[in-house]
Design a protein around this ligand. Structure first.
Ligand code: DMJ
Length: 935
């Protein structure tokens, strides 16, 4: 057995101190994991199978093509019962051998791999090929033990080979790097494939093949798979940046050029590093370890700033490339444990644990001061994975408590009657109709192993290596013969710059690390308090100045939401056109802008950018007016951003939902401010008549004392609110009439007033997109009596049901736990104007075309950012033609260059607007890429 694993076992044996948990308590938690797995798996099998995934809110299967496309995320779905295959070896790990036998039989009889469908090579490899191989490994283990699977004749392996052959065409590039997608039936060549035109892929996508392909080769004796995977690994290694020894995030599969040169350990790269180290563990090939160690030394030099892990540029590795971290990097402490570098693993894990406690889950992205940057959380397992590895390494029961936190939060916030739903927004607790297959493949394995004793397992877990999808491959494969049909460019690495010492730490000396039993706790303590002290708070404004060209001062102002605009040195004088009066569709205003040297650029995404060139103004006075106008515009923009309201939550509290389904809702700029209400507003829903709510309510006897459901359209939102209020409603929910709209795909919606005082509206009104509205209407159809809670964030079920019994004893147990760090949490759910919006919001005035001319003044609107995580914001927007004008300043991320960091707030900066915009663009692309890779 490779010594890496041996060292882990040693660590576990030697380091048990600090916290403690009784065997009985551990057993209870282990049983709780099994109960939760059963809930997820049973609902998938009962309501979704043979579909690829379960949609836990609507309780049905996600069939690609039948649901609105979610873009690249759907490339994981190949109509091959993805979740079932991904879950096979989890069943055995959890001792469910009977269910495993049944599941294997179903896979063999039902699953087809020759579908005419384009899938992601990476996802299909790690989830489906890995799932089949993990299933095969378990089947063989059980068969050899003589009790189960006696009928098994390697059928899963045959399927795996069939799938491997279907993936191989993707590797037909001159570089050997795979195309990102392949058609399972037709490959990548020819129009019928509907793919094969892509030119780039992510580093992890090309570098996360070797474990599965090598296992396939060694199980089948056919070397072709391993040879292709080695070739891709060799190519990536050759292309590393030779000075920094880092790799970029995206690479051109033909030329080998780095397309994106930012480098981290999270999205886009993560499992490339993982597979280098694990390829050594599985295959015993030193070359992989050498490469890993060289990369690792660079990661620790440039990217790791314990407890943070921050992306840098591969060519300028001292330059941070981002101000935030993504949740995928949470696997890294686990990998560091495997490498034997426990100290930074403890530190980074502690940071992640504190962020988890603050927001209940790791948000998809969070800032360096631990605020939400991207608010989703698709039930990713990486944090649980690292928690397990750290527990194994240290034996410290502190990590069992971390595991308990994960369990409790899953039960409290993600559990729904039909499975577990991804978090749409960790701040509000709202859900997405999604339960990814990795939740069953990975999450339950790591959590079960965390709490299980060795004798709870049917086999020795030390005999296996986990793939990135937590599939189990036997270490015995290292003994299998390896031949090479496709030669790999194997080179012996002689790297003088690599300290041999780095290799010493591959097997940590536990006596040295843990002489002091308080060692792990001493490492964690300062990090804990650092995160504690950084409850979400507004970032101060930063104004930075730059000398644009000799003698001409320019100003670049970076605003909290990333709004940036540039203008020449301000002068004096009063502008003839005030920013608050400006309307982008008013020709007179446009002419005035022109005279002031202000040009209006319509960006591709529909936003409008204002830039002033003083030299283009018709006179010096006009130039000064222009400067003033721009200043006003920026002030207005920042004020409007402050007025943006965070999303709200609608929690269905009646049977059988009991608070477990939470829908993301848009706020209103009028009526009850739910963020100021500690209890929210609770009531039964009823559909108003007329459904539009645009005239007197005719079913007032039903609406009275209820929350009225209304359809969007035909009149102003405020008018609807007044009508239902008059009828005695205690709240209102406006449902979008736009078929198929959803908070999954559209920026959140903020309902504006009608341009007049709305002080008379005193009830709360929230907005639901069509899809979420449908969930509510369906519930009403099915259960007739549906009670909801309108609030600023999902409430703890223990609070909602105070004094009343809750269904399910295990869940009851979990709600006893006090809400962690309530103070912080509350702040986190109420983002300030300076918090980068996890969700962009749209403020709108709803009006028909007849009244559009009398629209509210332009400054009432706040526009969409266009991208979920993008920092851009509209200054004003209208839904109706002829409505309020649009004006926009371009957006940028706050400057994080080392120079900027050193300078005091408001100090000088050397980045041009273009650079700032380019940075922002990169940032935005990083998000897109992240979603694309769905890593
Ligand atoms: C899994 O599919 C794999 O772990 C992958 O390597 C990265 N992310 C997802 C889960 O988050």
């Amino acid at each position: 057995m490779p010594n890496v694993l041996f060292s882990l076992m040693l660590l576990g044996a030697l380091c048990s101190h600090g916290h403690s948990m009784s065997r009985e308590e551990k057993r209870k938690l282990k049983n709780q994991v099994v109960e939760m797995f059963d809930h997820a798996y049973k609902n998938y099998m009962d309501h979704a199978y043979p579909a690829d995934e379960l949609m836990p809110l609507t309780c049905r299967g996600r069939v690609r093509g039948l649901e609105p496309s979610r873009g690249d995320v759907d490339d994981a779905l190949g109509k091959f019962s993805l979740t079932l295959i991904d879950t096979l070896d989890t069943l055995v790990l959890l001792n469910k051998t009977t269910e495993f036998e049944a599941a294997v039989r179903r896979v063999l009889s039902d699953v087809r791999l020759d579908n005419d469908i384009v899938v992601s090579v990476f996802e299909t490899n790690i989830r489906v090929l890995g799932g089949l191989l993990g299933g095969h490994s378990m089947a063989v283990m059980l068969r050899d033990e003589g009790q189960h699977m006696q009928w098994y004749q390697d059928e899963l392996l045959h399927m795996a080979k069939d799938l491997g052959l279907r993936l191989l065409p993707a590797f037909n590039t001159s570089s050997g790097l795979p195309y990102p997608r392949v058609n399972l039936k037709h490959g990548v060549r020819g129009p019928e494939t509907r793919t094969g035109t892509e030119t780039e892929t992510c580093t992890a996508c090309a570098g996360t093949i070797i474990l599965e392909f090598a296992a396939l080769s060694r199980f089948t004796g056919d070397p072709v798979f391993e040879a292709h995977a080695r070739r891709a690994m060799d190519f990536l290694w050759e292309k590393r940046q030779r000075n920094s020894n880092l790799v970029g995030t995206t690479i051109n599969i033909h030329s080998g050029e780095w397309v994106r040169r930012d480098s981290g350990v999270g999205a886009g790269i993560d499992s490339y590093y993982e597979y280098l180290l694990k390829a050594y563990v599985l295959l015993g090939d030193d070359q992989f370890l050498q490469r890993f160690n060289i990369h690792y030394a660079s990661i620790m030099k440039y990217i790791s700033q314990p407890p943070l892990l921050l992306d840098v540029h591969i060519h300028k590795p001292l330059l941070p490339a981002r101000t935030w971290m993504d949740s995928l990097l949470a696997f890294f402490p686990g990998l560091q444990v495997l490498k034997g570098d426990i100290r930074p693993a403890i530190e980074t894990h502690e940071m992640l644990y504190q962020v988890t406690k603050k927001h209940n889950f790791l948000p998809e992205a969070f800032t360096t001061d631990f605020r939400v940057h991207w608010a989703q959380h698709p039930l990713r397992p990486e944090f649980a994975e690292s928690t397990y590895f750290l527990y194994k390494a240290t034996g410290d029961a502190y990590y069992l408590e971390a595991g308990r936190t994960i369990l409790d939060n899953l039960n409290r916030f993600a559990r729904v009657p039909c499975g577990f739903a991804a978090m749409k927004d960790v701040r509000t607790g709202s859900h997405e109709d999604r339960m990814d297959s990795f939740f069953l493949a990975e999450m339950f394995k790591y959590l079960f192993l965390l709490f299980a004793e060795a004798d709870d397992l049917l086999f020795d877990i030390e005999d296996y290596v986990f793939t990135t999808e937590a599939h189990l491959l036997p270490l015995s494969l290292s003994m299998a013969p390896q031949s090479s049909s496709v030669p790999s460019n194997r080179t012996v690495i002689v790297q003088p710059e690599v300290e041999l010492d780095d290799f010493d730490w591959t097997c940590p000396n536990t006596r040295l690390l843990f002489t002091d039993p308080a060692f792990p706790n001493n490492l964690r303590e300062p990090i804990r308090s650092a995160v504690d002290k950084s409850c979400p708070r507004p970032l101060p404004y930063r104004c930075v100045h730059k000398q644009a060209s000799p003698g001409v001062a320019s100003v670049v102002s970076t605003f909290p939401h990333g709004v940036v605009t540039a203008f020449r040195e301000p002068g004096i004088g009063r502008p003839p056109l005030r920013a608050q009066d400006f309307m982008a569709n008013n020709p007179e205003h446009l002419e005035l802008l022109r005279r002031m040297g202000v040009s209006l650029i319509h960006l591709k995404d529909g936003r409008v950018q204002l830039v002033q060139h003083a030299t283009q103004a018709v006179s010096a006075v006009a130039a000064e007016d222009g400067v003033r106008f721009m200043q006003e515009m920026m002030e207005l923009s920042s004020q409007q951003q402050k007025e943006q309201l965070p999303p709200r939550a609608i929690q269905i509290v009646s049977h059988p939902f009991f608070g477990r389904v939470v829908l993301t809702a848009g706020p209103a700029q009028f009526g009850t401010d739910l963020s100021k209400s500690s209890t929210g507003v609770r009531g039964f829903v009823t559909v108003a008549e007329p459904y539009s709510g645009c005239s007197e309510i005719t079913n007032a006897e039903y609406v009275r004392g209820h929350i009225a459901l209304l359809q969007r359209g035909q009149c102003m939102f405020a008018e609807k609110a007044r009508n239902i209020q008059k009828a005695g409603a205690i709240g209102g929910i406006v449902i979008d009439d736009n078929e198929g709209s959803s908070s999954d795909t559209a920026p959140l919606f903020q309902m504006a007033g009608d341009g007049r005082s709305t002080d008379d509206v005193t009830l709360p009104v929230l907005f639901l997109f069509h899809k979420e509205g449908k969930i509510l209407l369906e519930a009403l159809k099915e259960y007739r009596e549906v009670e909801v809670l309108l609030s600023d964030k999902a409430r703890d079920r223990a609070t909602i049901f105070k004094g009343k019994p809750l269904p399910g004893s295990l869940i009851e147990g979990s709600v006893d736990v006090q809400e962690a760090e309530e103070g912080c949490l509350t702040e986190a759910t109420t983002p300030t104007s300076s918090e980068p919006a996890g969700e962009s919001q749209m403020s709108t005035v709803e009006l028909d075309e007849a009244v559009a001319g009398e629209a509210a003044p332009s400054h009432e609107g706040v526009g969409p950012a266009g991208e979920d995580a993008g920092p851009a914001e509209k200054m004003s927007a209208s839904e109706a033609e002829g409505g309020p004008a649009e004006a926009e300043a371009a957006a940028a991320q706050p400057d994080r260059s080392p120079e900027a960091k050193e300078k005091p707030e408001g100090g000088a900066n050397s980045q041009s607007v273009d650079e700032l915009l380019a940075d922002w663009q990169e940032d935005l692309e990083a998000f897109k890429q992240m979603e694309k890779d769905e890593l």
